[in-house]
Design a protein around this ligand. Structure first.
Ligand SMILES: Nc1nc2c(ncn2[C@@H]2O[C@H](COP(=O)(O)OP(=O)(O)OP(=O)(O)O)[C@@H](O)[C@H]2O)c(=O)[nH]1
Ligand SMILES: [Mg+2]
Length: 286
């Protein structure tokens, strides 16, 4: 049996969480086109006949702006402890530059095998893929470089096989039926937040956090927090249209997570400056 932990690192928005979901074969992490979607570390676990691959999804590398992003960067640092290998993810559709080199310098100094993942190659012309592969190859002394699309799953099978080949012998770290370390409550909160991120723009997505109040037989109750009254107005929407739409989009996934049909009751609340409140962030596990 091979078993090990592999960190998934990269700038914000390069597709780390989409990649973790693709490799794990199930949606364990939420994704969105808003940078800083992932706020805390989580595991996505892939099991094969003779291996268990525990992937560590984490926030993107960035300069901290407030208590929240500061703590997110601390999470990134601690996520590299005791990993067997690292996937360094870069966005094939963006310029491979200083931001990626900064992540690479952290990743390569660990002295662990690094696989560079050139993600989002779908819709890219073959010539462009080749030149981006050359640019990515200059990031450091890598074990392998895989062009993939986490979205279409192109190249994911080959990547998974290569990552598994790097794992040491050992017993599984997670029970075989477990896909992630997140609790059902945490996954429900994340799914609701994902819909809020997808439906809002500018500062609003960054100001949202979700707390599940109750998961009962017939109802799931959750609070959607924002920082200001005007953000609350946006999230509630005209006659409640926005929060209803968030609920409509989240409900099928919430029902799959809790295992039965539920009424999803969402209430929008204001919590001024929560991102600057270390005590609250601690309580939220952020
Ligand atoms: N076209 C395309 N889009 C992708 C691919 N992988 C991810 N995306 C999109 O890129 C955006 C960011 O994806 P995430 O997986 O949330 O990125 P992340 O690196 O986890 O982002 P943070 O958690 O914010 O650091 C989303 O809109 C994804 O749908 C891909 O292979 N192709
Ligand atoms: Mg993410």
């Amino acid at each position: 049996m091979k078993s090990g932990v592999v960190a998934v690192a990269g700038r914000p928005n390069v597709g780390k969480s989409t990649l973790v979901n693709a490799l794990a074969g199930e949606k364990v992490a939420i994704t969105s086109n808003v940078p800083n979607t992932t706020r805390r570390r989580l595991f996505g676990v892939a099991n094969g006949p003779d291996y268990q691959l525990a992937l560590v999804d984490m926030p993107g590398f960035q300069r901290p702006l407030d208590a929240l992003t500061e703590r997110m960067q601390a999470t990134v640092d601690s996520s590299f402890e005791d990993v067997d290998a690292v996937l360094l993810v870069v966005d094939a559709r963006a310029h491979i530059g200083a931001g990626d080199r900064f992540v690479a310098s952290r990743v390569f100094e660990l002295g662990k095998p690094v696989i560079i993942v050139l993600n989002k190659v779908d819709r890219l012309k073959p010539g462009h893929v080749a030149s981006q592969m050359q640019a990515a190859a200059r990031l450091g002394d890598f074990h392998a470089l895989h062009p993939v699309s986490a979205k279409t799953k192109d190249g994911i099978g080959e990547l998974r096989a290569d990552v598994v080949s790097l794992l040491p012998e050992g017993p599984p770290l997670f029970p075989l039926e477990q896909r992630t370390d997140l609790t059902v409550e945490e996954r429900v909160a994340e799914v609701i937040r994902e819909k809020a991120l997808q439906l809002t723009r500018e500062e609003v997505p960054h100001a949202v956090f979700v707390a599940v109040d109750e998961i009962a037989e017939k109802v799931v109750r959750a609070f959607v927090y924002v920082e200001t009254e005007s953000q609350k107005g946006i999230l509630v929407g005209k006659k409640g249209a926005m929060i209803r739409e968030i609920g409509t989009r989240a409900r099928p996934e919430v029902e799959a997570l809790v295992g039965h049909p539920v009424f999803l009751e969402l209430q929008v609340k204001v919590r001024p400056k929560w991102r600057r409140d270390p005590k609250l962030l601690e309580r939220l596990g952020l």
